[in-house]
Each structure stands twice: as structure tokens, then as C-alpha cells.
Design a binder for this molecule. Structure first.
Ligand code: AMP
Ligand code: ZN
Length: 462
């Protein structure tokens, strides 16, 4: 029985897909005017894990993640750089795809772009004007009329008056209400534009997601997600637009990922306190970043620090040490470990508890290793299988543990090991120990086995 927390009802609900076994999920994608930071990465990694789990549980999941490819920030960036908005969009879309591939994020089944859906957007706005839910203002822009939607505020749990006093609303005397938001914005000279019944212009941000999601899935679908900052106004506005147009319940369950924080503040472009995914990938294995982003519950905040990344690295080292040198074996079937893992994940994707199961499993592998290697190997295979649901532990253990570090190249390590072996063969024990210590200084640990000397890198807590 799968339970998912719904931001709308603020409760965990038993999830019933609209069509048996089929799940349609729409996650708001990035606005491509800059590189993605690790805060954006957190939200997409959270949904990646959720989708992987749902697929592993045999749901037929259709994952849509859009690209916001026209917006004021993109136009501003293009003007600053003296390039076209298309060039900005292409550059940062390619960069986003690169970063997401490195992090092992699954590609969405559809990746619609706002500019490809302008006819759908126009149709939806016409419907809203026809329903008296939207109006053409005196300056020619089209606005959604929030006072016409009796449930406005249902997702953020405030009524319009509370929202008005809380929100920083710009002074704009063409709106009927300060919370009214733009659906179609007329272009200023030189700005990119599309023809419409209201003149050449571009869509507002909120309308694109309503148009794209309902064009792909129909009027209603199962899950809609994003980071918590999208609850208001973006998702509140999506509900208002979509439900005014269709008179149907738009989405079954609203899901929101908690913030990635740095020094207790949300990581964001506007605060300037961000690290891009590509910068962090220079010094960290992608799997370490991924582990760091998914090991907290998706609704909880994640606290970024270098130490947190080191701890993530250490945790993965423990898993890979466990998996190292195990013989091939089928995964243990129908075990208590797997049951506990499923129970945790079925309870609103409780990854901290699911990770505790993985650690118990690793512990069991170590305990069994000397007693019953075949059974240890079956536990190890189950660990790897459950790891795959999280998109981790699929590397070759030697590869992960030896890794790459340009400052201490593999050739240097192997030369030192050969010199140590020679010293030992010559019974120069002190020299052999000196070389072992020299390697330890470089964070290389040796393990002597009958098959030869194995080595691994260890990470140091900074
Ligand atoms: P944007 O490109 O700003 O629309 O952001 C893309 C996605 O990243 C949205 O779902 C945001 O909610 C999410 N996001 C932005 N900053 C953070 C953060 N610090 N932590 C978690 N999610 C974030
Ligand atoms: Zn959206």
C-alpha cells in the first residue's frame, strides 16, 4: 500500500492512480538561463529516486519534465551577452543535460519546451477569457483574475487576503487584484515574440505548465512535483488556471521537495550562495553528490557542507568495501531486508529508513563473509539490487575505491607498491613499512592478501 504526502491535504494519502498501474507525473523543469546548482539538483534527484522506485514496483510511469525556454531572465541574459535568446537556451540546455547525465538522473519520457506549445497556451488563455477567468488589461497584457476562482489559496493554505498581505506584490495599476498574474505579455520592441489574438508577445511562466501538462496527459493526472518554493505562486496559479478551464480536479497529489540549504539558508541564484553541479563534479564523484542529495527524506531540508560530502563519500566507501571481492550470486529473494526496504519506501519514500536497511544488509554481508561466502554473496547481490533503485552502488568496487585523483596517480601508487614488495622480498622490513606509511600519508591503504596486495583510497574528514 503506497502512501504519498499530498501538499494539498497536508496528509499522507493512500495513492490510487487514475488508471490502473499507470502513473503520469509532471515535474516543473528548470529555466535555462544559467548552470543548474546543487539545490536544483536536489529536487530533480528526489524525483528521480521516486520514479525509479515506482518503476521498480512495476508501475508504468510516464515522466514529464519541461524546459522553461522563454522568460524575462533568459531575455535579460541574452541582452547582457549580446546574443539571441535561442543561443542562451541551447547552451544551458546542453549543460543541464550533461550535468544530469553525470548525476545519473533518468531522462524524462517527454521534455516539452514552452516555445513549442504556444498554440496550446493561446487556446488555454482564450478559454479562460471566455470563462471570465481572465481579462485583457488596459496595457494589452492578459491577466488571470484570481478573485474569480473560489479555491485560490487551496495549495498554500491561505486565503486571498492573507496572501495579499504576505506577498511582496508589485504595484501595477492595470491589474484588478495585486495577485492577478500575467498569462500573455506583449513584447517590447526587439523582444522575442509570437503572434496571438492579443498582439505579438510571449506567455507568462505559470500558463506554460498548465498547457504542457494537460496537452500531454489530458485534463487530469496523478502526480505533480517541484521544489517547495513552487507551491506559491507557481503551483497555486497552475491549479487556478487549469481548474477554471476544465472544471475538473487537475492533479491527484502535489509533491514538493525540501530545500537544499547552505548555512541555514536556501541555496539560490538570487542569494549568490550556490555551487553549480559542474563545479562540484570537478572534485567529487557523481555518485557521492547523488548519495548526499538522496540520503535525507525528500521533504526534509538537506544541509550542504564539504563535510557532508565527505560523509557521503565515507558511506559509499563502506558499501563498496562490503561489495569488494564477492563472488557472483543471485540476489537473496523474499528476505526481511527487502520487505523492510519496501515498507520504508511505500511510506512516502522514507529513504533514511531504507538506507538503514542497506546498512544492515552490508553489516550482514561482513558478518557472513568468513562463515558462508555463498550466502554473503547473495546478500551482497541484494544490496546491489536495492542500490540500483537509488541509482547507486552500480560501479565496480575496485573502480570506486581506487578512483581517480590526479595528485596521486595510479602509476605512482603501483610503483610504490612494487618497491615495497621488492623490499619485503629482500627482507628489508623497515623499508617496506616506510613505504606503507608513505602511501598512508597519500590516503592509500594497503591490504595484503594471498592473491597479492590490494589498495584503496580513503577519504579524510576535513
Ligand atoms: P528554477 O530553475 O529556479 O525554476 O528551479 C528549478 C527547480 O529547482 C524547481 O523545482 C525549484 O523548486 C528547485 N530548487 C531551486 N532551489 C532549490 C533548493 N535550494 N533546494 C531544492 N530545490 C530547489
Ligand atoms: Zn511549472
Amino acid at each position: 500500500m503506497l502512501k504519498i504526502y499530498n501538499s494539498m491535504t497536508q496528509e499522507k494519502e493512500i495513492f490510487q492512480p487514475l488508471q490502473p498501474n499507470k502513473i503520469n507525473i509532471y515535474v516543473c523543469g528548470p529555466t535555462v538561463y544559467d548552470f543548474c546548482h546543487i539545490g536544483n539538483g536536489r529536487t530533480y534527484a528526489a524525483f528521480d529516486l521516486i520514479i525509479r522506485y515506482l518503476r521498480w514496483r512495476d508501475y508504468d510511469v510516464t515522466y514529464v519534465r519541461n524546459i522553461t525556454d522563454i522568460d524575462d531572465k533568459i531575455i535579460k541574459r541574452a541582452n547582457e551577452n549580446n546574443e539571441s535568446f535561442e543561443a542562451v537556451v541551447e547552451r544551458f540546455t546542453t549543460a543541464m543535460h550533461d550535468d544530469f547525465t553525470h548525476l545519473g538522473l533518468l531522462s524524462p519520457n517527454h521534455e516539452p519546451r514552452a516555445t513549442e506549445y504556444v498554440p496550446h497556451i493561446i487556446q488555454l488563455i482564450e478559454k479562460l477569457i471566455h470563462n471570465n477567468s481572465a481579462y485583457v488589461a488596459t496595457n494589452g497584457d492578459v491577466y488571470y483574475d484570481v478573485r474569480q476562482f473560489k479555491n485560490y489559496g487551496c495549495l498554500s493554505h491561505h486565503n486571498i487576503d492573507q496572501l495579499e498581505s504576505g506577498a511582496r506584490v508589485e504595484i501595477n495599476d492595470v491589474k484588478r487584484d495585486p495577485l492577478d498574474f500575467v498569462l500573455w505579455k506583449l513584447a517590447k520592441p526587439g523582444e522575442p515574440s509570437w503572434e496571438s489574438p492579443w498582439g505579438a508577445g510571449r506567455p507568462g511562466w505559470h500558463i506554460e505548465c498548465s498547457a504542457m501538462s494537460t496537452s500531454i496527459f489530458g485534463d487530469q493526472f496523478d502526480l505533480h512535483g517541484g521544489g517547495k518554493d513552487l507551491i506559491f505562486p507557481h503551483h497555486e496559479n497552475e491549479i487556478a488556471q487549469s481548474e477554471s478551464a476544465t472544471q475538473k480536479k487537475f492533479v491527484s497529489i502535489w509533491m514538493h521537495a525540501g530545500y537544499l540549504q547552505i548555512e541555514k539558508e536556501k541555496m539560490s541564484k538570487s542569494l549568490g550562495n550556490f555551487f553549480t553541479i559542474r563545479d562540484l563534479l570537478k572534485n567529487n564523484k557523481p555518485e557521492v553528490l547523488r548519495y548526499f542529495m538522496i540520503s535525507s527524506h525528500y521533504r526534509s531540508p538537506v544541509h550542504y557542507s564539504e563535510q557532508a560530502l565527505t560523509l557521503a563519500h565515507k558511506a559509499l566507501e563502506r558499501f563498496y568495501n562490503t561489495l569488494r571481492d564477492l563472488p557472483e550470486a543471485p540476489p537473496l529473494s523474499r528476505s526481511e531486508f527487502e520487505k523492510r526496504f519496501i515498507a520504508a519506501m511505500d511510506d512516502d519514500f522514507n529513504t533514511p529508513i531504507a538506507f538503514a536497511v542497506l546498512f544492515d544488509l552490508a553489516h550482514e554481508v561482513q558478518r557472513l563473509r568468513d562463515k558462508d561466502l555463498a550466502l554473503a554473496a547473495q546478500h551482497g547481490s541484494l544490496l546491489k539490487l536495492l542500490g540500483s533503485v537509488f541509482g547507486i552502488l552500480q560501479d565496480n568496487p575496485d573502480n570506486f575505491l581506487q578512483g581517480e585523483d590526479a595528485s596521486v596517480p595510479v602509476e605512482k601508487i603501483e610503483a610504490l607498491i612494487a618497491a615495497r614488495n621488492q623490499a619485503r622480498a629482500d627482507k628489508q622490513w623497515a623499508e617496506g613499512d616506510r613505504i606503507r606509511d608513505e602511501l598512508l600519508e597519500l590516503s592509500i591503504v594497503l591490504e595484503d592478501a594471498t592473491s597479492g596486495t590490494k589498495w584503496k583510497r580513503i577519504s579524510k574528514i576535513k
